[in-house]
Design a protein around this ligand. Structure first.
Ligand code: ADP
Ligand code: SF4
Ligand code: MG
Length: 324
């Protein structure tokens, strides 16, 4: 099946006072219609910058400096500003970690959903508001006829995220990008929101890119997973393959640091060390300073030569490949 979204060798950087930060360096990813792709990695690994790059939302002094993004056969990086409006919201939409920050405090929930229809579709205001009530119902907001007139501060965190999901799915996009959509919510609500996203995307055949640092979320919802480390994809596999036989030492470390199901607050066996800082990237493999497997296998090459991402359906960026 051909990919709906195809990202090749994407590079995104920011100019800072200290120099250039390449937040995304050589990311290759594809998404098929209707599938759920999980993008996972520790904080600072470049997940959000990748997501924003897809929608061309990187603002100066940041810029996409290399690679290509194709959506539905079109070159996203070559799109004119007016075509970007259609791409964003209409074809690909995005929800973020802090739903309340994204909602406008002075407009009612209904006004904000209706606004999407009024901007992108020719529709009477009354019809747009009626549609908003239906959307609120579909995302599980109780008494949607009343809640449509509520202001954001009258909503709980979970309700606000449901409203954001309603706005994001209002125009039935082909892809929804959800960036840490449940991180700010408490655990029971998290599970409900994940289930809602899964159900809605399945019903509308919308592909979902779920961005998270939480492998538990990935296990619940994703079909395929890409693991990101220091601006690069280090492993990609189906969710079953990844959990059954993780191959990259970083993925193995992430699995071992997964909190036990009983207590999600308890983090065990954290990977020692931290994601390298942008100006101190290791010369060879970016994970080498933290990699126990390298030491165990006596791999010198890891310290001098950066490994490439190789493989077809299952991909790996590691010199260890085939050494087991
Ligand atoms: N506007 C910016 N200016 C400078 N550096 C940035 C900017 N946005 C992100 N970065 C850097 O890019 C890297 C990746 O960030 P991000 O994509 O937000 O990580 P993640 O979402 O995986 O936590 C980080 O090192 C971060 O400091
Ligand atoms: S290339 Fe070497 S250092 Fe990097 S993850 Fe693989 S074994 Fe570890
Ligand atoms: Mg992020």
């Amino acid at each position: 099946m051909t990919a709906l979204l195809e990202i090749k060798n994407l590079q995104t950087e920011f100019k800072t006072e200290d120099g250039i930060v390449r937040a995304v360096d050589d990311v290759t990813l594809s998404v098929r219609a209707g599938e759920v792709l999980g993008l996972v990695g520790e904080s600072g690994s470049g997940k959000t910058v990748t997501a924003l790059s897809i929608l061309r939302l990187i603002e100066k002094p940041g810029a996409i400096v290399g690679g290509s993004i194709r959506f539905d056969g079109r070159d996203v990086l070559a799109l004119a500003e007016k075509d970007l409006t259609e791409l964003r919201g209409d074809r690909i939409s995005m929800i973020f970690q802090q739903p309340k920050v994204c909602l406008n405090p002075v407009l009612t929930v209904g006004q904000q959903i209706a606004e999407v229809f009024l901007r992108h579709r020719s529709m009477e205001k009354k019809d747009a508001l009626d549609q908003s009530v239906e959307l609120l119902r579909s995302v599980g907001i109780p008494s949607p006829e009343t809640k449509v007139s509520a202001y954001p501060h009258e909503l709980s965190g979970g309700q606000a995220q449901r409203v954001m999901i309603a706005i994001a799915l209002a125009l039935t996009p082909r892809i929804l990008i959800a960036d840490e959509p449940t991180t700010a919510l408490d655990v029971t609500i998290q599970a409900q929101i994940i289930e809602l996203l899964r159900k809605l995307c399945e019903t509308t055949d919308t592909a979902l890119i779920i961005v998270t640092h939480d492998l538990g979320v990935i296990a619940e919802i994703a079909d395929r997973v890409a693991v990101m480390y220091a601006g690069q994809i280090v492993e990609e596999a189906s969710v079953e393959e990844l959990f059954d036989t993780p191959q990259h030492p970083y993925t193995v470390g992430l699995m071992q640091s997964m909190p036990t199901l009983g207590d999600r607050r308890q983090r065990l066996n954290m990977i020692p060390g931290s994601v390298p800082r942008p100006f101190h990237m290791p010369v060879g493999c970016r994970f080498s300073p933290r990699c126990r497997a390298r030491v165990e296998h006596g791999l010198e090459k890891c310290l001098t030569d950066p490994p490439a991402l190789t493989g077809e359906t299952r991909k790996l960026r590691c010199w260890l490949e085939g050494k087991e």
